[in-house]
Design a protein around this ligand. Structure first.
Ligand SMILES: [Zn+2]
Length: 65
């Protein structure tokens, strides 16, 4: 089993921006919402958090995604 430990020492738990694949709504939380707050459905959420300095670094949404 290669299970990743979620409590990564030294790495701060950071909120992630999730974008609904259905309506495009973005929410900010550590895990994708089970139900989209806009669609009220179990949508497909994509991580659109920016990890590059070009768009402001973590905490911002990558505009290309
Ligand atoms: Zn949605």
């Amino acid at each position: 089993m290669t299970e990743q430990n979620q409590t990564n020492p030294g790495l701060q738990a950071q909120d992630v921006h999730w974008k609904c694949g259905n309506c495009g709504r973005t929410t900010c939380s550590q895990t994708p919402p089970e139900v989209c707050p806009a669609c009220n459905e179990k949508c497909d959420f994509k991580n659109v958090t920016c990890y590059a300095p070009e768009c402001g670094g973590p905490g911002n949404i990558d505009p290309r995604l």
